[in-house]
Design a protein around this ligand. Structure first.
Ligand SMILES: Cc1cc2nc3c(=O)[nH]c(=O)nc-3n(C[C@H](O)[C@H](O)[C@H](O)COP(=O)(O)OP(=O)(O)OC[C@H]3O[C@@H](n4cnc5c(N)ncnc54)[C@H](O)[C@@H]3O)c2cc1C
Length: 389
């Protein structure tokens, strides 16, 4: 029978998925996942359990304190997490970014934190976006200057996942002034301790992705030691962009997880709910959308698999394919959750089923970590059309 699961995976990959499924079934059963979402909580025990099975250390080799693995492994894990609680999958992507950044040969002394992050014992956040710098990230205004041996940071960050729980905030800040046409230069990543008077964290209430713990951060003379620089000074954007393709296929993985969860629910409900003396799934009005959804999901899955293979092979097409996978999966999932909501009627809106959570959480996928419009801009330009942004 046709299922919504991935096709043709290796035995190792299937075993990895089964491990994550078991951990989540034990620590985050459906009722707890819904309650966690409703309350917008971060569940430390679930995180530690993921750390115990090596899921958080994927992306960094065992030699540096991670658990190895391939980008394809990380995408499989994030899909399984997203199926249960999409906003926890956002936190998982943040952890993967930290693994890849800290495992970079240029990371410096910040890499000492890697084993504790991989174990789930230390939480970190990434402060890139600002009130005036989202898609236009290079418009960021946060600055860092050296004062004696220390760095002093001033500025504001917005929508920063996990900041309220994190010990360390990786801040992208301008350390060196540059001309307007070279804005990508002169930015550095600094590891800033969150627990200090110069870092003020405010939780922002969100209608979706609630367990991602979105925060606003004010850096008001925040201090970091001279060792806090991650990678080379002035090359922070370059360091982060080396992990970008994996971040995009992981974002595609979140969309696949949401889409799969929503489609499974659509089909189950259509089998069980009766109207006019028969299951509503016998009506083409309910059945055909499910068929469209499984086709959307499979196409997105196939493109994501191709992008993962390109990344793993170091192909020159990896950047374009991972951006396409991110966009196609997000758009597919937006359609899948909409069809699922229609099929479930009032029950789709009920807080006791995850459909409403999938519906709300799918929105993030359209604009983050890169907006689908910006993906289209870049793909259009890659086709030889004039730059449109
Ligand atoms: C739940 C959640 C978690 C997040 N976690 C983090 C995090 O941990 N760290 C972090 O740094 N950030 C985080 N973000 C921020 C996220 O990366 C930004 O929301 C994203 O980059 C988009 O920026 P924006 O929301 O400011 O949208 P804007 O940049 O204001 O864009 C608004 C709209 O304008 C469109 N647009 C803008 N410019 C163009 C253009 N040139 N061409 C065509 N269309 C354009 C966009 O596509 C979009 O539709 C998070 C956001 C959310 C909601």
């Amino acid at each position: 029978m046709l299922t919504t699961r991935p096709f043709e995976e290796t035995e190792e990959r299937q075993a990895l998925r089964a491990t994550i499924e078991q951990v989540l079934a034990r620590t985050l059963p459906p009722d707890r996942a819904l309650e966690t979402d409703r309350q917008g909580r971060f569940e430390h025990d679930v995180w530690l359990a993921l750390g115990d099975v090596g899921a958080l250390g994927l992306g960094a080799s065992e030699a540096v304190g991670g658990s190895g693995g391939t980008p394809g492994d990380a995408v499989a894990v994030v899909e399984e997490v997203a199926r249960v609680l999409p906003s926890l999958a956002v936190d998982y992507v943040i952890c993967g970014m930290a693994m890849r950044m800290l495992a970079h040969p240029s990371a410096g002394s910040a890499a000492a934190d890697l084993p504790a992050i991989a174990a789930g014992e230390r939480l970190v956040a990434f402060g890139l976006s600002e009130p005036g710098a989202g898609t236009d990230l290079l418009g960021l205004r946060t600055s860092a200057r050296q004062e004696g041996d220390d760095w002093v940071l001033n500025g504001q960050k917005l929508w920063i996942s996990l900041a309220q729980e994190a010990e360390i905030l990786y801040v992208l800040a301008r350390t060196d002034p540059v001309a307007d046409d070279r804005r990508a230069r002169g930015l550095s990543v600094l590891a800033v301790p969150v627990d200090q008077p110069g870092v003020i964290v405010r939780r922002v209430g969100m209608a979706g992705m609630r367990a991602a713990i979105s925060c606003e951060i004010t850096l008001d003379g925040a201090r970091a030691s001279g060792e806090a620089l991650v990678g080379e000074r002035g090359r922070g954007l370059r360091l982060l962009s080396e992990t970008l393709d994996v971040e995009r296929v992981m974002s595609a993985g979140i969309s696949l997880g949401i889409g799969r969860g929503a489609l499974d629910l659509h089909v189950r409900y259509a089998r069980e709910r009766e109207a006019f003396g028969a299951p509503i799934g016998a009506l083409q009005a309910v059945q055909h959308p499910a068929a469209d959804s499984v086709t959307d999901l499979s196409a997105a899955r196939a493109l994501t698999a191709v992008a993962v293979r390109a990344i793993e092979a170091g192909s020159a097409d990896a950047a374009a394919l991972s951006a396409m996978a991110k966009m196609a999966s997000a758009e597919a999932t937006a359609r899948i959750v909409d069809r699922g909501m229609r099929a479930m009627g009032a029950m789709g809106l009920a807080e006791e089923t995850p459909m409403q959570m999938y519906f709300r959480d799918a929105r993030l996928q359209l604009f983050s970590p890169i907006s689908n419009e910006m993906v289209r801009n870049v793909l259009g330009e890659s086709l030889g059309l004039p730059r449109s942004y």
